[in-house]
Design a protein around this ligand. Structure first.
Ligand code: IPM
Ligand code: MN
Length: 403
């Protein structure tokens, strides 16, 4: 038992406040239903609105404040919309999105996990029936690589301008990332066996495994980091003989994600490659409205992990109560999984929440519903399933803005 867990809710911009409001409505029900020792505090930053009032996306001591929470749930950052309002207060991406990258880097949240499993009711854009078997976990390097933001522009605006954008790959970050991918592959394999849905992956040499890890690089054009990744991958794979391995160049991987995505299990990629592949993986499973993600440091529980839908602020639909809150709800389920590593009450609640979202998806697939309506239906689905912990009392509320 880890005691009361405190999470910060960062609604952010655009549809962020709508999807986090809906998520809190569901979490409130879940908290009572599962007697979860969970408290949250809603923060008005980082946000474009905070910038409008204070000239910065977040306060100077934001990181210190956030560090006191056990986990963070972010709605979205970026253009706040509505897109029809030409005079809205809107910042360059480099300013409005900076807090996201700052949180990932400053809290050393080096693993970004984006599960992509097709579920009944979700749109399936591929016609091959095997596309319904898609179940992969893309693990993206989240601390360095193409996102170090080092470089500059020389003679800006001149015809002979030069822009440089440095990429940095360290052995330390590569090793921890790839090892983590193998750990997750084993966990997923065990989970599948437990749930009686084992899978078999056969490699080019004819060997079969119940789980496997795919390494992504572009080593034919970017050999230095590509070879570092490949060597580290081979070294670590040797310690996991039960897990199969394969390698794909990122461009070929894009092709195969569309042609035969059911061949993938765990996929491990650099920051930028992972960014691109995870949008593609999300669409294979119905789209960004139901695609969750987390940014974690699996080695450290003293730094708050960040959970977020990856759909962005969607200024075109902001304020219309039509954003899908299910990506945020599924990200909240990942947050509960994280807390569940210390207290099984949270993992039970994560399971419960995921089942309610799955039920909602299966039963309302084609119905057009608003954000609040979806939250309402998911609360009903939660309440319809009895939970063993339902009788325990909920913890006391925090004061002020908190709940
Ligand atoms: C994501 C987003 C971010 C990224 C942007 C907003 C900087 O696309 O989380 O995938 O590229 O990491
Ligand atoms: Mn992205």
């Amino acid at each position: 038992m880890a005691g009361i867990q405190k999470i910060a809710i960062l609604p952010g911009d655009g549809i962020g406040p709508e999807v986090t409001d809906a998520t809190l409505a569901v979490l409130d029900t879940l908290r009572t239903h599962c007697a979860l020792p969970l408290q949250w505090q809603v923060l008005p930053w980082p946000s474009t609105d905070w910038h409008r009032q204070h000239g910065a996306m977040m306060p100077d001591d934001a990181l210190m404040q956030l560090q006191s929470f056990d986990a963070l749930l972010l709605g979205a950052l970026g253009d706040p919309g509505p897109a029809s309002d030409q005079a809205r207060y809107c910042l360059p991406d480099a300013v409005s999105l900076a807090p996201l990258l700052t949180l990932r880097k400053q809290f050393d949240l080096w693993a970004c996990e984006r599960p992509a499993r097709w579920q009944p009711g979700a749109t399936c854009y591929l016609s091959d029936p095997r596309a319904r078997d898609v179940d992969m976990l893309v693990i993206r390097e989240n601390s360095e690589g193409e996102y170090v933001s080092q470089g500059g522009r020389l003679r800006a605006g001149q015809p002979d301008e030069v822009a440089t954008q440095l990429e940095v790959f360290t052995r330390r970050a590569t090793e921890r990332l790839i090892r983590h991918a193998f750990v997750r592959a084993r966990q997923r394999m065990a989970q599948r066996q437990q749930e009686d849905r084992a899978r078999t992956f056969t490699n080019a040499a004819g060997a079969s495994h119940a789980a496997r890890v795919c390494l992504i690089t572009k080593r034919n054009a970017q050999p230095f980091w590509g070879e570092l990744y490949s060597e580290v991958f081979a070294d670590i794979a040797a310690a996991y003989p039960d897990i199969g391995t394969h390698h794909e160049l990122v461009d070929a991987a894009c092709m195969k994600f569309v042609q035969c995505p059911w061949h993938f299990d765990v996929v491990v990629a650099s920051n930028l490659h992972g960014d691109i592949l995870t949008d593609l993986a999300a669409v294979l499973c119905g789209g960004p409205g139901i695609a969750p993600s987390c940014n974690i440091n699996p080695d450290r529980r003293d730094l708050p992990p960040l959970f977020e839908p990856t759909h962005g602020s969607a200024p075109d639909i902001a304020g219309n109560d039509i954003a899908d809150p299910r990506a945020t709800l599924l990200s909240a389920a990942m947050l509960l999984d994280w807390l569940g590593e210390q207290d099984t009450l949270f993992s039970e609640a994560a399971h419960h929440l995921r089942a309610a979202v799955g039920h909602d998806l299966a039963h309302h697939a084609d119905t057009v519903r608003g954000t609040r309506r979806i939250a309402h239906d998911i609360r009903d689905a939660l309440l319809a399933t009895p939970h063993p912990a339902a009788k325990r009392p909920a913890p006391p509320a925090l004061t002020g803005d908190s709940q």
